[in-house]
Design a protein around this ligand. Structure first.
Ligand code: DWN
Length: 412
């Protein structure tokens, strides 16, 4: 397995890429390890982030083949978060109303995973098509009535669908555009597939919040790009779409923007306001990232100090959420079983495996009540509220939850 280092920006092709953060070499964040492999060293790759002087896109410099990231034993299933399911249902219902979707409409979702979102349209009798390369997730989607193409989306797949007479009234691309090496082909494919009066809605974490909230653990090899409204506006303009509207979800995945794009230009005041806010805050500039590396070091140092102090006081520590971001946090901090006994996760596909790199065992959430560790670090901090309310009995018995970023904090 190799990691090619890019020399040109994924969005605009500029060679003027300026690195501002290195997280060292880390294992693939979702490459969970079988216990029998505990003695091996997991393949690790440089995790270096740069800013493009051509279009301001923030991106990592080393590229792992998508097949290894998202097909070979990819275990992320979207349906393990009630909050995400509720967010997705609300999104579907909003689109059905706003776009007056009916039995003659077609909704296509790119990275449709296990059908967690498209199922809402199926319930309303609206035709759907999921596109997701992960075989297990595609199979799970088909099992609940969501037709799914197990393929990576791009301009070639779009051409094939259009040749078959397919045009989408709505294209949804949530938490996928960041995962695509060929950004231009991805956007050009959406422009091809979209009906003339259709809408593309794209959700991704907002790089402004990543910096502002110190969310360095959301940087890993699956996430090639880290978007601002400015960089998305440039990307759409250069590849056949117009950024026409934007919504902000401050609590979703640490701060998410939902961009609404179309083949026709119809730019809303919300886009203009967002672009002006980013300009005022300097988000499009390299200076915006100048001190981020130091903040990352400070977060890691304070997390290690807190856990070491609690451990040396005899407290037993576990973690909640075998999340990809958790792999980054644990591996960049060098936190292993010397500090954290186990991680719990509701995703049954991850239970019984080991966290990549640090090889901490993953157990079902019930282990918190069985073992009653003194402290639990919430690695899936983006779902902290849902997790704490779900684990009320653990707290009632005296358990403590800790959120690790932007600085470690006891929250119960
Ligand atoms: O972009 C991506 C984001 C959206 O999802 C993907 N590349 C990969 C994945 O990243 P992640 O693994 O950091 O995402 P989550 O959704 O924050 O991971 C949460 C983990 O916590 C999952 O393994 C499910 C688990 N979980 C749980 O065990 N109990 C989640 C909730 C809400 C719970 O109650």
């Amino acid at each position: 397995m190799s990691a090619a280092r890019i020399t040109r920006c994924r969005a605009c092709g500029s060679a003027d890429l300026r690195p501002f953060l290195s997280l060292g070499k880390t294992p693939l964040a979702d490459a969970f390890v079988e216990p029998e492999q505990a003695g091996r060293h997991d393949p690790s790759f440089p995790l270096e982030v740069a800013w493009c002087a051509g279009c301001t896109l923030v991106q990592i410099l080393h590229e792992i083949p998508p097949q290894q990231l998202f097909v070979d034993n990819y275990l992320y299933f979207s349906s393990f978060s009630d909050e995400l399911l509720a967010h997705s249902r609300a999104h579907a219902e909003q689109l059905i109303t706003d776009r007056r979707l009916d039995g003659d409409s077609l909704v296509v979702e790119i990275a449709s995973n296990d059908g967690y979102l498209l199922k809402n349209f199926v319930e309303h009798g609206i035709e759907v098509l999921g596109i997701d390369p992960a075989p297990g997730q595609a199979e799970a989607a088909r099992a609940i009535g969501v037709p799914t193409l197990a393929q990576f989306f791009g301009v070639e797949v779009a051409r094939g669908l259009v040749a078959d007479g397919v045009r989408a009234d709505v294209i949804i691309a949530n938490n996928v555009m960041a995962h695509v090496p060929d950004l231009r082909g991805f956007v050009q494919g959406m422009a091809l597939l979209l009906a003339d009066d259709g809408v593309v809605t794209i959700e991704n974490p907002w790089v402004r919040d990543l910096v502002r909230k110190g969310e360095f653990d959301t940087i890993y090899h699956e996430h090639h790009s880290y978007f601002s409204c400015t960089s998305v506006n440039n990307l759409m303009r250069d590849n056949g779409l117009s950024l026409n509207d934007v919504e902000y979800f401050p609590d979703l995945h640490g701060g998410t923007l939902r961009w609404h794009c179309g083949r026709r230009r119809n730019v809303s005041d919300r886009v203009r306001t967002m672009l002006a806010l980013e300009a005022d805050e300097g988000v499009p500039s390299l200076e915006h990232y100048a001190s981020f590396s130091q903040r990352v070091d400070e977060t890691i140092e304070s997390l290690l100090a807190m856990l070491r102090q609690r451990r040396s006081a005899g407290r037993r520590i576990a973690a909640y959420g075998a999340a990809a971001k958790g792999s980054t946090l644990l591996n960049t901090s060098g936190i292993g079983t010397e500090l954290i006994d186990f991680v719990v996760d509701r995703n049954v596909h991850k239970q019984g495996l080991l966290v990549p790199g640090v090889h901490i065992p993953i157990r079902p959430p019930e282990a918190l009540l069985d073992e009653q560790p003194d402290d639990v670090v919430i690695l899936a901090w983006n779902f902290a509220e849902e997790i704490v309310s779900q684990q009320a009995e653990y707290v009632r018995r005296g358990g403590t939850f800790i959120v690790p970023i932007p600085e470690p904090k006891v929250i119960t």
